[in-house]
Design a protein around this ligand. Structure first.
Ligand SMILES: [Zn+2]
Ligand SMILES: [Zn+2]
Length: 436
């Protein structure tokens, strides 16, 4: 045993320098590798049977069955199809939560994998293809793997681990589901965790862990605009109020807010108009036009400033045409996914060891996509990190991104995800036990 480890043990503080593997890490690594074939099998089973948000019946049944096989206390049917497992460790201590999301997307898979999805379902008035194009199949399988490993190590766990398998991450929280509803239905109570961790797969070096301290994913507000003018024949625009040309001017002006009106040093932001609904005929300028889009920001000040400017731009331009503009605020915006800086700093050595060394733990810029993990972080400190899953020999830039029909997960990276879950949970509970 090295002297500094002995001194650290006697002092009851962290027993390994940052990133250096301990015998416990070696044990976790061996157990995660041993679980990997099962994790891959779970992932493929879930992948071949993807389920849209709030329809995760089969996935939830698989998860609940496996957690029961491990002897856990299991709650089902939370926020529709959510599952929560509780593992009580062999020693007294605190409570930590690990979270995975389970839902798939309305995407037609084009990966050509032997276990690719060929599933279609009814969504509203039309039939859509369904696929795990965001990797939530891998998230669910990795968390099940972590549940298996931590159960094997139960006797040495000081406290309890809560496994939160969440439905409907991809759906808007206004649609009665996801993290917000899980919290409202008690996922963070009885017992109440004091920290939560989660991970997302993304293009990147397979098995490398990417993280950001502070704002790591953007807050999101839906933008919903209705313009009302005066309907007229397409050949006589002067006889009405041209809502289509007004829409074009508004889109152009909104695109200028980020680049010309907001201070770039206050953090990145994105304003996108993605839908435009007007006339059904080429010779009718419609009475009303609906525009829909999103605002993505990394802090409240930028969000508030952008919202004021969006409203001013839309109403003033409409006014100049003699049209009316209605803007509906987003009643259920996504908060910023904010990694508590103190907790992040505390967990970095554990994440580095899980990844296999400091060179495989990479600080990366924030992502402008949003994630409903943010709702848990509004209640308790949490850290959300990323796992690289690019195919072997394919660069990050050339990897099909999440939500692409070609999105795939490099299964060799899944054992690292299992290790990361296990290592942060154990490390957090051990740190808490030393603080008591
Ligand atoms: Zn997604
Ligand atoms: Zn996702």
């Amino acid at each position: 045993m090295q002297t500094h480890i002995l001194i650290a043990l006697l002092a009851g503080i962290a027993v390994a320098p940052a990133g250096a593997a301990t015998s416990l890490d070696s044990e976790i690594s061996a157990r995660a590798q041993a679980t990997a074939p099962q994790v891959i099998a779970w992932r493929r089973q879930i992948h071949a049977d993807p389920e849209l948000s709030n329809e995760e019946e089969h996935t939830a049944a698989l998860v609940a069955g496996e957690l029961r096989n491990l002897g856990m206390e299991v709650q089902t049917g939370i926020a529709h199809h959510g599952v929560v497992g509780l593992l009580r460790g062999g020693k007294p201590g605190g409570v930590v939560a690990l979270r995975a999301d389970m839902d798939a997307l309305p995407v037609e898979e084009a990966t050509g994998l032997p276990f690719a999805s060929h599933k279609t379902v009814q969504l509203g008035s039309h039939v859509v293809h369904v696929a795990h194009a965001c990797g939530h199949d891998a998230h669910t399988a990795m968390l099940l793997g972590a549940a298996a490993v931590l159960t094997q190590m139960r006797q040495r766990i000081p406290g309890s681990v809560k496994f939160i398998f969440q439905p409907a991450e991809e759906d808007h929280p206004a649609n009665d589901g996801g993290a917000r509803l899980m919290i409202a239905r008690g996922a963070l109570a009885n017992p109440a965790p004091t920290a939560i961790f989660g991970l997302h797969v993304r293009p990147g070096t397979p098995g490398t862990i990417y993280y950001t301290s502070g704002a790591t994913m953007a807050g999101s507000d839906d933008i919903s605009i209705v313009l009302t003018g005066k309907q007229t024949h397409g050949a006589m625009p002067w006889a009405g109020i041209d809502t289509i040309t007004l829409s074009a001017q508004i889109i152009e002006a909104l695109n200028g807010i980020s680049s010309r009106q907001l201070d770039p040093s206050a953090g990145p932001n994105v304003i996108t108009i993605a839908t435009l609904r007007g006339s059904e005929r080429s010779n009718i300028i419609p009475e009303t036009v609906s525009l829909g889009g999103v605002l993505r920001t990394l802090n409240t000040a930028a969000r508030d400033s952008a919202l004021v400017r969006i409203r001013r731009t839309v109403t003033d331009l409409a006014d100049s045409w003699g049209a009316k503009a209605g803007l509906s605020p987003d009643d259920e915006p996504y908060p910023v996914t904010f990694n508590d800086p103190t907790l992040t700093a505390r967990m970095l050595p554990a994440l580095a060891r899980a990844a296999g060394g400091e060179s495989r733990l990479v600080s990366s810029p924030p992502v402008m996509a949003s994630e409903d993990f943010a709702f848990y972080q509004q209640k308790i400190p949490g850290v959300y990190f990323f796992l690289g899953i690019s195919p072997d020999g394919v660069s990050m830039d050339e990897t099909p991104p999440n939500h692409s029909p070609y999105f795939t997960v490099n299964e060799a990276a899944l054992a690292v995800g299992v290790k990361a879950h296990v290592t942060v949970a154990l490390n957090y509970l051990e740190q808490e036990a030393r603080r008591r």
